[in-house]
Design a protein around this ligand. Structure first.
Ligand SMILES: Cc1cc2nc3c(=O)[nH]c(=O)nc-3n(C[C@@H](O)[C@@H](O)[C@H](O)COP(=O)(O)OP(=O)(O)OC[C@H]3O[C@@H](n4cnc5c(N)ncnc54)[C@H](O)[C@@H]3O)c2cc1C
Ligand code: SF4
Length: 324
């Protein structure tokens, strides 16, 4: 582990001024500190965002809900209005890691956490994501890797919150040297085919300051399938938000986690739901549509079945029907 300078800014402006390509912002520090200890990264400076006041607030009103970037996952999972009005988001936050991780981990850190690929996490392996010559998962151990959107790197995006927030059309606010900008969370994530060394559009001197979720349907759900039930990242997950009128699905958003290098929205699954009365057959058809374009790697075809059934179950839960 390298020695680094520690900076504790008291404003967003000071935090931005302290950031540069050799510095890293820190939320709860769960992922960042592990990366430093494992010698995957060696920043010269760590900028602790927790010393900036006002970034832990959750504000719910008629327009929707705003999460400061330093909100913990526990605060989101336990917030009464989030649970009642945005159940899929509360369920996603509650599904992250263990209670200790949820008490410390922040929404900003959850969205910006680095991939879990074991080649990436091995400091001795210089794969493409670290600027090296090749992706070792292609001919190697790829059972946890992407079935959609992969290439030339085949990570899956590890965030549980991201699919649920995207299903609600969340917007993210980014602060940088030129001020603040807002964008759809869907535009925040970057496929490896565009830029292989990063997972999002943030520059080295930019941070996430808040996430806004517009008011919408309470018919939502997040279903996560994991290998180790006590705490684990998703093998595959599905966030579904439905607008239902007179028993018929007027519109649907379906976003999967754990299957692609970015949270993966499925227009195919959404089309399979729109205009239909939701029942098990329709939910299953949506699940099948969600993986219809998947291309499994040598060891992860099993993920197709898991993702399909995660979508099916999330659709049924969002519609208020018991999973079949
Ligand atoms: C055992 C274990 C199990 C886990 N299980 C899950 C799981 O099931 N689901 C899941 O989603 N995650 C899981 N995690 C990952 C966990 O690290 C994140 O969920 C957590 O939210 C990270 O938050 P943090 O605030 O500690 O991030 P940090 O470690 O502080 O930061 C993570 C990354 O984001 C950057 N960053 C942090 N805040 C900002 C910001 N505001 N703007 C820009 N960049 C920022 C940092 O520079 C760093 O690169 C698990 C972790 C562990 C150790
Ligand atoms: S999947 Fe990505 S992170 Fe993993 S070995 Fe390949 S290039 Fe590296």
């Amino acid at each position: 582990m390298n020695a680094f300078e520690y900076v504790a800014p008291t404003s967003i402006k000071d935090a931005i001024a302290a950031l540069n390509p050799n510095a890293k912002p820190m939320g709860g520090g769960i992922d960042l500190v592990q990366e430093i200890k494992d010698e995957i990264i060696a920043p010269e400076r760590v900028v602790n965002l927790k010393t900036i006041p006002g970034l832990t607030e959750i504000r719910a009103d008629n327009r929707g809900v705003t999460f400061g970037a330093l909100c913990t996952l526990s605060a989101i999972a336990n917030h009464a209005q989030v649970k009642a009005r945005f159940p899929g988001i509360a369920q996603a936050a509650a599904s992250v890691g263990s209670p200790q991780i949820r008490n410390v981990g922040t929404i900003g850190g959850n969205l910006c956490q680095r991939p879990r690929c074991w080649y990436y996490r091995d400091h001795a392996v210089n794969c493409m994501k670290k600027g090296g010559p090749k992706c070792y998962s292609v001919a190697g151990e790829n059972q946890y890797h992407a079935i959609l959107g992969g290439g030339p790197c085949f990570i899956v995006h590890p965030s549980d919150l991201a699919p649920a927030l995207m299903a609600y059309g969340a917007q993210v606010t980014i602060a940088g040297p030129k001020g603040e900008r807002e964008m759809d969370l869907a535009e925040f994530f970057v496929l490896p085919s565009k830029k292989v060394t990063v997972e999002n559009i943030l520059a080295a001197d930019e941070i996430v300051t808040k996430v806004f979720v517009p008011a919408g349907t309470a018919n939502s759900a997040y279903v996560k399938v994991r290998e180790r039930e006590s705490f684990d990242w998703a093998l595959a997950s599905a966030a579904v938000a439905l607008t239902i009128s007179n028993g018929v699905c007027e519109s649907a958003k379906v976003v999967m986690g754990g299957v692609a290098p970015i949270p993966w929205r499925s227009p195919e699954a959404e089309a399979a739901l729109k205009g239909k009365k939701i029942d098990d057959a329709v939910a299953l058809a949506a699940g099948a549509a969600a993986v219809s374009k998947a291309i499994p790697m040598t060891q992860n075809a099993y993920k197709m079945h898991i993702a399909k059934n995660a979508v099916r179950e999330a659709v049924l839960l969002a519609a208020g029907l018991a999973a079949g």
